[in-house]
Design a protein around this ligand. Structure first.
Ligand code: SF4
Length: 349
């Protein structure tokens, strides 16, 4: 199925719906009812019980409803992490992960169906690129997951399949929709964007002075190694990347997070830890260490617990705030770097 010219219902904000209702001669209170349904994750018109049948039909004629179907769902036996596999209206398939923390539910959403960035250690890169998701498709992953879990989502990380800054305008549109007090009303501080380091977009994002958190997938303290595992490093040298990160912290006064996946024998030595500490010294930041998540076909292996602990210790000794990310959903391929895009032929899985 080709991408339709119609807009996906969750791409509409309350003003868009009001304007459409006005033009279609529909009373304005209906706009509030429709927006209430879609922003709470009800996008099947048959479930909109207080909307008359003829208006539901009109909505379907003009916008994409009744799509974004969950075609599979998995639950981790280890920690209860849930992975939902969604089929989009054009049959691209994406994955969304919901994790439970002491503070509540956190959802990791995909920003694209596939990814162009080609990081060597990442399952998302292996199946190529489909397309970027719209703002509403980013939002759908939050509101539908919330509805499926029967519980409010407390925080969102844009860290699933895709590079969010390669889909910048839709990402910013998503932030506006997600923080809309009339809609989901999520606090900006409860949203985190993770980028592999597209410097012009980091600079653009810095200018927004947003309360949204920024994370950088770094994974190496030097250009030579980073170029081998992350092709984006060929375009943007590490010095320039770190300069743009420093500029971000100086302008926003917000702490930046550096994601560092540890791969055995690749980037996990004492020398790497010392070089990383030197690179980030004096910056308002923390390092989030992740022991590599393995997946079939990957050459990258997870280091021993002692190696990970030693790496963290060196960072701490050098005054760098470092945390070790709790592994979640590894048994359902829901952990960092394990998500995959796919397409469903003929509309059925
Ligand atoms: S790590 Fe992120 S940027 Fe790199 S290929 Fe995977 S999804 Fe894309």
């Amino acid at each position: 199925m080709l991408m339709s010219d119609k807009r996906f219902c969750l791409d509409l904000n309350s003003e868009d719906i009001k304007a459409w209702c006005k033009e279609a001669g529909v009373p304005s209170f209906r706009a509030d009812q429709i927006y209430k349904w879609i922003s709470s994750g009800v996008i099947n018109t048959s479930d909109m019980t207080n909307i008359p049948k003829d208006l539901r039909a009109k909505l379907e004629e003009n916008f994409i409803f009744n799509s974004f179907e969950v075609i599979a769902s998995f639950e981790s036996k280890i920690d209860g992490t849930r992975k939902f596999v969604y089929r989009l209206s054009d049959d691209n398939v994406i994955e969304t992960v919901v994790m439970r923390y002491k503070t509540g539910l956190s959802v990791c959403i995909s920003s694209q169906a596939g990814c162009k960035m080609g990081c060597d250690f990442c399952a998302s890169a292996k199946l190529g690129f489909g397309r970027s998701l719209t703002s509403g498709e980013l939002l759908a992953q939050v509101v539908l997951s919330q509805r499926l879990m029967g519980e409010r989502i407390r925080s969102v990380v844009v860290m699933g399949i895709g590079e969010p800054f390669d889909n910048y305008d839709n990402l910013i549109g998503f932030i506006k929709l997600a923080t809309d007090p009339q809609g989901l009303n999520l606090g900006a501080r409860h949203i985190t964007i993770s980028t592999c380091g597209i410097i012009p977009k980091i600079e653009e994002f810095t200018k927004l002075s947003s309360q949204v958190n920024l994370a950088i997938s770094l994974h190496s303290p030097d250009d030579e190694l980073r170029k081998k595992i992350m092709p984006i490093a060929r375009r943007y040298p590490i010095k320039d990347l770190i300069d743009s990160c420093r500029a971000y912290t100086l302008k926003t006064h917000r702490r930046i997070t550096f994601e560092y996946s540890l791969f055995e024998g690749v980037n996990d030595s004492d020398a790497h830890a010392r070089a990383l500490a030197k690179l980030l010294g004096g910056m308002l930041c923390n390092v989030n260490l992740i022991a590599a998540n393995e997946f079939p076909g990957s050459d990258y292996r997870r280091p021993s617990k002692d190696r990970v602990a030693r790496f963290k210790q060196i960072l701490t000794e050098h005054g760098i705030n470092a945390t070790l990310r709790r592994e979640m959903g590894t048994d359902i391929m829901a952990a960092c770097g394990q998500l995959r895009r796919s397409t469903v032929e003929g509309g059925k899985s």
